[in-house]
Each structure stands twice: as structure tokens, then as C-alpha cells.
Write a protein that binds this ligand. Structure first.
Ligand code: M6R
Length: 655
């Protein structure tokens, strides 16, 4: 969950580290910290400890780890640092760095697991002598026992975290005579749990060592072949986004990998010491996609981008006659025709997209399908037909629960296909086949455009399966037309809803709680609307299929508990209107999403949100956008941080 970035090079490390943290802040924002190797000669009185900056000393050290940490956002940390406005490409002789600066360091933005949100628990952690620093993403198993053991053996610990134990173990191995790489190997060999981890060493000031077990880690190679060695720079991060401004050549670590980084390059190995041949990939993600531009927040930008995302997700994959080409899911027609069932797994928004997908598989391809919460599935995997179609959905491709569920399914002999947004992510690499969502980097913690891209990909797959399982050509052609018209219909919906959404957001911002309802295909969309609202506005928000209200939830309703109802123009409309009438009778205000000309629905609406008319099977893609706008508008009215809701992080890489 946490963001990690590290660099060893010939230029000042701090500007790059802070830039990296800013790019990774969406992964965790409880606290942040940085440790840089600086020459001891640069200290006010050489060799002396500086309690204010957390500088540690040992007898006559040549280098020290200069550490700064702070609770809160990266901007607060940056304010504590020496001037980071130095050009990051300035070539420095390490011994001649300006005060407080060095050419190697590690940095971290935290999402707390072990230990409260305090400066003492913020990373980097160091051993008591200050010779080894660590930043860690993951959770060590049995940390309480290890902590007791280390304390009993006389080690001093300064935090409540499991991560600090790693620095202590590595420092011990160093004191026993190991070099950096072997010390890390020795420390990790005896541990269980998950880690994406980077170590820095005061006694080896241009070396970093990183390792991966269950938490992502990517090494960036900054030396262009034949390039000027004065610009050598090797980087590491938990997410390639932190590397984009500095290099496009990366190596993704796999579980059990370890890498030794120096400015001129990296050496890759396994925890058991075997050398590993790295596969260098070239990232083609445009940098501009992760920048805010003229928008107020990333969520605003990502909502607005959706018509374009839909067009990208369809490009080259759908012909006007309904023929679908999904390069990564190339099942022979006979296999598609014989599929006995399908299972789709994911978490949060990805799970809601999976639910839409399961309903589409049933309707278009007559394929029994269900969606499962990945965290539950990992505990109790269902018994599936050996030939079942199994799909894993994830925006980040790094969600721990989803990866664990995939592991369980693979253990049972199933091949899992991935629907993943982040190119080169753990899930994308793990699933032998699948499709990329093409949504582009999604930065806001609240997922928006990834949902739309997932639903498009699933609709295409349902259409493709359907054609092998009896879906008439005319129906396929009609649906293809609706899909190809979607980008325009969505842009129209976005515009038409802007004003009424503002009124609806004002209404919701005074609510005690909000109930969402939808039936059929709209039920998972209602659930997605409720998730968006509760994670952004911190309001209790629940979703029920419309028919379930009278079995209990109606008791909740009153003038301060509005209902957001989805009333699409499909076979659920009549029942949805009946349910809505029952809601109005109980005095609850209503926000109703309906087709522009639906006077019956409008008559029951306190506020109407017009959703462009389209084929009912693509309605989820049009309904979701006003719900995203509604959640954002309500959160803004309540003064919430849109891109960084409290207690959350973008990629949930821990159990
Ligand atoms: O990256 P993933 O799609 O695997 O993430 C799954 C969930 O953690 C994610 O959708 C989460 O629920 C979002 N914050 C919802 O907006």
C-alpha cells in the first residue's frame, strides 16, 4: 500500500525522491519520510549526531544517514528538507554536495498497518547505530515474537512497526561481516510475510539493496546504453509511476528476487543466491497522463476522461457487425461454445464491474456466471467445473486479495485470465493471458475510469462468447452500434448531469445516510454509486436491489435519508417505479437516474439526473458517471479531500 522510491546516482537525490513521493502519494498518505546518505564532513561538527534531523553517528563515519520524517502529506515533509529546488540533473561529486544533500537515498509514503500514525512509526527506519535504513511495504508475520526476541537480545527499538525489525536484522548481519547484499539475504531468509523493501547503508553510500515478496518493486535503469556515465542513475520504486520522469527502462522484480543497485546499474539475484537474468521492459506510459492539468483534482480529470477511455477500450476490438477481436483472450469457438460456467473475481469497484460482467455473460452468452469477492474466495474457493472460464479484474494489478485468490484458483488447476489496467503489474504478469483495459494511469483513490473500461471489456467478451453460443447476428450488430455510440452518449450524459448533480450533491451533503437502489444490471451500478459516496464523503451509503427495500431498509427512510434510484428504460423499469413510489410515500427525498423523456420517473424524483437513452445492456456505462459526479460533488460540499480519502490508499497490497 505504501509508496517507495529510492535512487543512487551522481546528482542530488532529494529532488528526485520528493518528486517520486508526490507521484506515489496516492498509495498511502498517513506520513512520509526520506533518508539520504551524506558525507559526515558536511555535518556542522564532523561525526556529531544531529538530533533535530535524526542524523546518526558511529565512530568516525565517512557517511551518515540523514533522515527526515513527518506525519501528514509529502508537502509537509518537503518543507523540512534542505532546498530541493536544485536541478536533479546537476552532476555532483558526492563529497562536494551542498549541505544536507547526497546522491543516494530512499523515501516512503505510508499507509499504516503496524503502529499508529506517528513520526516514530514513519519510514525510513534505521538500526540503533544508524548504519542501515529501510523502507518497507508489506507485513511481516510473527513480528511480535521477533520483536520480543530482539529486545531480549539487547537490541534497541524506536517504533511500533514490523519494518524497523528489518533494519535491525540487516545491521546485525553486517556486523557479523556480511556485505550489503548478503546481509539482506540473510535477514530475509529467516522471515515470513510480504515485502517490497529497499535498504540503504551508511557504510556503502552508493549502494541500495531491494527485494520483493508479495509487494511490488520495480528497478529503473537510468544509464542509457552508451550514455554519459556522469549521468548514471539507478532507481527503484513500488510503482513505475515514480520512475517515469527519469527512465523508461525497467525490470520488475518477482517474488523471491533481490537486486543490488549502484549508479551504473543493478545486479539481480534470488534470495537463495542464484543469479537472475533480468528482463528489461520499456515503459510507454505518457507522463502527461498522470498530471493534473486544468482540473481541480485527479478524480475530476478521470471522470471527464471516460468518453475517451471508452473509445480507446473499443478501438480495433469491435467491428460494426458485432465481431469482437480481443487479442489476449483468443479462445477457439468450440471452447467458447462448450464453456460450462464462468467466475469473475475482484475487489471493490473491480468487483462491481465483475458483477455487471457476470450478468452480461448470462444474458448475451447464456453462460452461468457469478462474481466473487476475492478476499472471501481466497479463504473458501468455490468448487468450479475444470473447464470454467475464470477472470480476475483489477485496476492496479497489485491488489493482494485478488492476487491471492488467483493463486488459490491456479492451485486448483484453473487458468486465470486477467482484465488489468496497469501494464506490467503483478497480476498482468501472473495471468498468462488477458486484456489490458487501456484506461491509462488512474491516480485518484476512488476508481472511476477503470470501472468503465472493465465493463466495456466485459461487454466485448460477452458479445464474443455470445456469438459462439447462439446470440443472433442482428442482436450482436445492434449492441455493437450501441457500444460504438457510447463515447458520444457518455459525453452528452456528463454535460446534461452537471447542473442537476450539483443540486443533488447539496441535498446529499445534509443527509444522515443515503440508500441506493437498482435492479437487474443496475444493481451493481447502484452498489458502485454507494461505494463512491461512502469512501469520498464518509456518509453511510448502502445499496439494495429495489425489491429488497420493503424487506427491511424502508425502516431507515426519512426526510434526511435520501434514496438514489436507478430507473433505466428496460425490463426492470415498472418494478423500479413501484419501489420508488413506496420510497416517496415514506417522505424520503429522491435522486432518480432515468431516460430524458421518462415523465413517470421524473414525477417521483426530487432531483432528476438524465441519462442518455441507449441499448439497456450498455446502460451501466452511462449510469455510473452521474453517480461518480454525485459522490465527488457531495464530498466537495463536505470539504473532503477528493483524491485522498481518509484511511484509504489506492492499491491495497496487504492482506
Ligand atoms: O486495483 P484494484 O482494482 O484491484 O482495486 C480494488 C479496490 O481496492 C478498489 O476498487 C477500491 O475499492 C477503490 N477505492 C474504489 O473506488
Amino acid at each position: 500500500m505504501c509508496g517507495i522510491v529510492g535512487v543512487t546516482g551522481r546528482a542530488p537525490a532529494l529532488p528526485l525522491l520528493i518528486d517520486g513521493l508526490r507521484r506515489l502519494e496516492y498509495r498511502g498518505y498517513d506520513s512520509a519520510g526520506v533518508a539520504v546518505l551524506i558525507p559526515a564532513s558536511a555535518l556542522p561538527s564532523p561525526g556529531a549526531a544531529d538530533p533535530a534531523s535524526g542524523i546518526h553517528e558511529s565512530a568516525q563515519p565517512r557517511y551518515v544517514l540523514s533522515r527526515h520524517r513527518s506525519v501528514g502529506p509529502v508537502s509537509r515533509l518537503a518543507a523540512l528538507l534542505p532546498d530541493t529546488a536544485l536541478l536533479p540533473d546537476t552532476v555532483l561529486l558526492p563529497d562536494a554536495a551542498p549541505a544536507g544533500h547526497g546522491t543516494a537515498g530512499i523515501a516512503h509514503t505510508r499507509w499504516a498497518t503496524h503502529g499508529a500514525v506517528t513520526e516514530a512509526n514513519a519510514h525510513p527506519h534505521v538500526d540503533a547505530a544508524g548504519r542501515v535504513a529501510v523502507v518497507h511495504n508489506g507485513v511481516l508475520e510473527d513480528a511480535a515474537r521477533l520483536r520480543r526476541q530482539l529486545l531480549a537480545e539487547g537490541e534497541a527499538l524506536a517504533s511500533d512497526t514490523d519494518s524497523e525489525l528489518l533494519a535491525v536484522l540487516v545491521a546485525r548481519a553486517q556486523r557479523a561481516g556480511s556485505g550489503p547484499e548478503d546481509a539482506v539475504r540473510a535477514a530475509l531468509a529467516g522471515l515470513h510475510g510480504t515485502w517490497g523493501v529497499v535498504f540503504a547503508f551508511a557504510d556503502h553510500p552508493d549502494v541500495l539493496v531491494c527485494a520483493r515478496m508479495g509487494a511490488p518493486m520495480v528497478v529503473g535503469l537510468g544509464r542509457a546504453p552508451g550514455g554519459d556515465p556522469r549521468h548514471d542513475r539507478t532507481l527503484v520504486a513500488s510503482d513505475p509511476q515514480a520512475l517515469l520522469p527519469w527512465t523508461r527502462r525497467v525490470v520488475f522484480l518477482e517474488d523471491g528476487d533481490l537486486a543490488l543497485l549502484r549508479p551504473e546499474g543493478a545486479v539481480f539475484s534470488r534470495l537463495d543466491g542464484a543469479r537472475r537474468r533480468p528482463q528489461v521492459r520499456v515503459l510507454d506510459t505518457p507522463l502527461a497522463q498522470v498530471e493534473l492539468g486544468a482540473f481541480d483534482d485527479h478524480m475530476d480529470r478521470e471522470i471527464a476522461e471516460q468518453p475517451e477511455v471508452l473509445a480507446r477500450a473499443l478501438a480495433g476490438r469491435l467491428a460494426a457487425d458485432g465481431t469482437v477481436v480481443l487479442g489476449g483472450i483468443d479462445l477457439p469457438p468450440r471452447r467458447m461454445a462448450a464453456l460450462p460456467e464462468a467466475l469473475l473475481v475482484g475487489c471493490g469497484t473491480s468487483l462491481h464491474a465483475a458483477r455487471v460482467g457476470a450478468a452480461l455473460f448470462a444474458r448475451l452468452a447464456d453462460l452461468p456466471a457469478h462474481a466473487a469477492e476475492a478476499s472471501e474466495l481466497a479463504l473458501h474457493p468455490p468448487r468450479l467445473h475444470p473447464d470454467a472460464l475464470v477472470l480476475a479484474l483489477s485496476q492496479s494489478g497489485e491488489t493482494f486479495d485478488t492476487l491471492q485468490a488467483v493463486g488459490e484458483l491456479e492451485l486448483r488447476g484453473h487458468e486465470v485470465l486477467g482484465l488489468v489496467n496497469t501494464v506490467g503489474s503483478s497480476l498482468a504478469r501472473r495471468c498468462g493471458a488477458g486484456v489490458y483495459l487501456r484506461a491509462g494511469p488512474e491516480v485518484s483513490v476512488a476508481s472511476t475510469k477503470a470501472f468503465s473500461a472493465q465493463v466495456v471489456a466485459l461487454t466485448l467478451l460477452a458479445l464474443k462468447l455470445g456469438r459462439s453460443r447462439g446470440l443472433p447476428a442482428a442482436r450482436a450488430t445492434a449492441l455493437a452500434r450501441a457500444l460504438l455510440d457510447l463515447p458520444d452518449a457518455l459525453a452528452a450524459t456528463r454535460e446534461a448531469c452537471a447542473a442537476p448533480v450539483a443540486g443533488a450533491a447539496a441535498l446529499l451533503s445534509t443527509a444522515r445516510a443515503v440508500a441506493f437502489t437498482g435492479r437487474g444490471l443496475s444493481a451493481p451500478v447502484a452498489a458502485e454509486g454507494a461505494l463512491k459516496l461512502l469512501e469520498l464523503a464518509y456518509l453511510p451509503a448502502m445499496a439494495w436491489p429495489g425489491g429488497a427495500l420493503k424487506h427491511g431498509p424502508l425502516a431507515l427512510l426519512d426526510a434526511r435519508t435520501p434514496v438514489v434510484a436507478l430507473v433505466p428504460d428496460d425490463e426492470t423499469r415498472a418494478a423500479a417505479l413501484t419501489g420508488l413510489a413506496e420510497v416517496c410515500t415514506r417522505g424520503a427525498p429522491t435522486v432518480v437516474l432515468h431516460a430524458p423523456g421518462d415523465a413517470d420517473a421524473a414525477a417521483l424524483a426530487t432531483i432528476s439526473l438524465p441519462v442518455a437513452a441507449a441499448d439497456p445492456l450498455v446502460a451501466p456505462l452511462l449510469q455510473v458517471l452521474p453517480l461518480q459526479q454525485l459522490a465527488r460533488g457531495t464530498a466537495l460540499a463536505l470539504g473532503r479531500d477528493i483524491d485522498r480519502p481518509r484511511n484509504l490508499a489506492k492499491s491495497v497490497t496487504v492482506a
